[in-house]
Design a protein around this ligand. Structure first.
Ligand SMILES: Cc1cc2nc3c(=O)[nH]c(=O)nc-3n(C[C@H](O)[C@H](O)[C@H](O)COP(=O)(O)OP(=O)(O)OC[C@H]3O[C@@H](n4cnc5c(N)ncnc54)[C@H](O)[C@@H]3O)c2cc1C
Ligand code: SF4
Ligand code: SF4
Ligand code: SF4
Length: 478
């Protein structure tokens, strides 16, 4: 890294002010290849800018959801929703459902109802139903997978077959810079689906405003609800508490099989330790949340075409008939609507109608952390004179109770981080788990490096200027 006398205006600023969501969008889009995401046990994925390569184009800041995200009714990304009703917290929706994959194995092995994997399989096998009645071929999908070289790290992977997509199922409660995969999408012609958390989809939508290539190639975004992710250190501590040496782990799964499932810590010798979900996600693990998550208001992936989460409702949790899992399914755009209708008609997905209130009630904990605690934590940050993200269109004024909730959350975070450090001091640098991550540029691997569509040509990417206007809708054309 070269130090310059005059620092350039890039996402190093976002990283430095603690507002980075670790989404990876900047690394995925930088035309100079000047940004890498570096893994750290006590953080997750940290942005590193190579000043010598940076051309000062400013694109990384324009696609970054870390400092600000627009939730106003006229926000450009809302054009995709084509007039769908909007409600605070729920975001825009065209259809609300509870659902599960009809295939019992997909449902059983998914985090909740296996809906994400069922939709992904259908897209990879049969493409997406187009607006004109034809089908849009899907060549590959960007999903998240535990790093085979470092069980404490999660990485984006570009998969081209349902079998490969199946290796990504289940939630990973561990930070992942999903949008590094956008570099692969830019370099490899084809049509892609991106599966990601709310901040990943926000980054994608911002990037699509500046890149015609990404508008054309990413034809569907499947959003995963997110009530905060965790730093890798949370997994390490949980492993130690379960009696497993983190350096000896071959892989970790955080959810499934069944609902709500469990955490499985698999050692290299094949033996494993298990911890039931949600019990293992206690206050100690919760304290090891990336700081920017505590300032994040997007719970239900408002910018996605379809969003999925757990249907945490008594009527499902107490009924053994639903023990294999039920998902909340929010259909937000015409493209999402066509896909869900198609897979349901083909018997791949089973759906029950849901009301807006039921979906909101199923996410009561998210209402607490992504509204009440959020407002309190934003207030605290401003009080301390620290940079806070801006959310035009969102009411972030705290009530006295919310200020208290923010204070309590901050105190718990400090307390349980301290407890974690005292009871489970970090391994010294140089142990296996700290040296294992693969080189940053290999983060996005493709199991099918050649796009399947023979007609695909290697396009020159079009990155538009700041003032370029995205089309009203990026609905895929058949
Ligand atoms: C960090 C995190 C926090 C969550 N918080 C909530 C919550 O508060 N409330 C709630 O109802 N649901 C939450 N979810 C979603 C829930 O756990 C399930 O992922 C969701 O219901 C989808 O289940 P499924 O069975 O349909 O998906 P599956 O068929 O199991 O497929 C899961 C898909 O999600 C992708 N994925 C998994 N982990 C990540 C990740 N970290 N980043 C990007 N993509 C990933 C995988 O690539 C896979 O394609 C959270 C998920 C994560 C990863
Ligand atoms: S684009 Fe994402 S990874 Fe890059 S600085 Fe912004 S929030 Fe962080
Ligand atoms: S300013 Fe441009 S060249 Fe520099 S890091 Fe950002 S995107 Fe890359
Ligand atoms: S809470 Fe979830 S969506 Fe928000 S910044 Fe953190 S990982 Fe991203």
């Amino acid at each position: 890294m070269t130090n310059r006398a005059v620092p350039r205006d890039h996402v190093g600023r976002v990283e430095g002010s603690g507002l980075c969501t670790q989404c990876g969008t900047c690394a995925g889009i930088c035309p100079a290849g000047a940004i890498e995401m570096h893994w750290e046990l006590r953080y997750g994925w940290r942005v590193a800018v190579d000043e010598a390569r940076c051309t000062d184009c400013g694109l990384c800041l324009r696609v970054c959801p870390g400092e600000t995200f627009d939730f106003r009714p006229e926000a450009p990304w809302r054009a995709r929703n084509e007039g769908a009703p909007v409600r605070d917290f729920l975001g825009p929706w065209r259809g609300l459902w509870f659902g599960w994959a009809t295939d019992p194995d997909v449902r059983h092995r998914g985090a909740s109802g296996g809906v994400a994997t069922a939709l992904l399989w259908a897209a990879l096998e049969d493409g997406l139903p187009g607006a004109d009645g034809g089908r849009v071929r899907v060549d590959a999908a960007a999903c998240a997978r535990v790093d085979p070289m470092n069980a404490l790290a999660v990485r984006p992977v570009v998969v081209a077959t349902p079998a490969d997509a199946a290796t990504c199922r289940g939630s990973k409660y561990n930070a992942v810079a999903m949008n590094e995969a956008l570099a692969h999408v830019r370099e490899n012609p084809g049509r892609y689906v991106l599966v990601g958390l709310p901040c990943h989809v926000e980054g994608l939508r911002l990037a699509q405003r500046h890149s015609a290539t990404l508008r054309e190639r990413v034809v569907l975004a499947l959003g995963i609800f997110c009530g905060w992710t965790a730093e890798p250190r949370a997994t390490e501590i949980t492993a130690r508490r379960a009696g497993a040496d983190a350096a000896d782990l071959a892989t970790v799964s955080y959810r499934g099989p069944g609902w709500p499932g469990e955490m499985r810590l698999v050692r290299r010798d094949g033996t494993e330790r298990r911890r039931p979900y949600p019990d293992y996600f206690d206050r100690l693990m919760n304290a090891h949340t990336p700081p920017r998550c505590r300032l994040c208001p997007d719970a239900l992936a408002e910018c996605a075409d379809i969003s999925v989460g757990d249907a945490w409702l008594d009527r499902f949790e107490r009924d053994a008939g639903f023990a294999e899992g039920v998902s909340d399914v929010i259909v937000r755009t015409p493209a999402g609507e066509r896909l869900v209708k198609d897979v349901t008609e083909r018997g791949l997905l089973t759906l029950l109608p849901a009301s807006p209130d039921e979906i909101v009630v199923s996410q009561a904990e998210q209402i607490r952390i992504k509204r009440r605690v959020l407002r309190g934590r934003l207030w605290l940050r401003r009080l301390a004179g620290r940079p806070a993200p801006l959310y035009p269109g969102l009411d972030v004024r705290p009530t006295p109770g919310e200020r208290l909730a923010g204070l309590r959350d901050a105190a718990e975070e400090v307390l349980f981080r301290t407890v974690g450090n005292l009871r489970h001091p970090s391994p010294s640098p140089g142990t296996t788990i700290l040296t294992a991550p693969s080189p940053a540029r290999d983060v996005v691997e493709s199991t099918d490096p050649q796009p399947r569509a023979s007609s695909l040509t290697r396009d020159a990417e079009t990155v538009e200027s700041d003032h370029a206007r995205a089309p009203a809708s990026t609905t895929p054309k058949g």
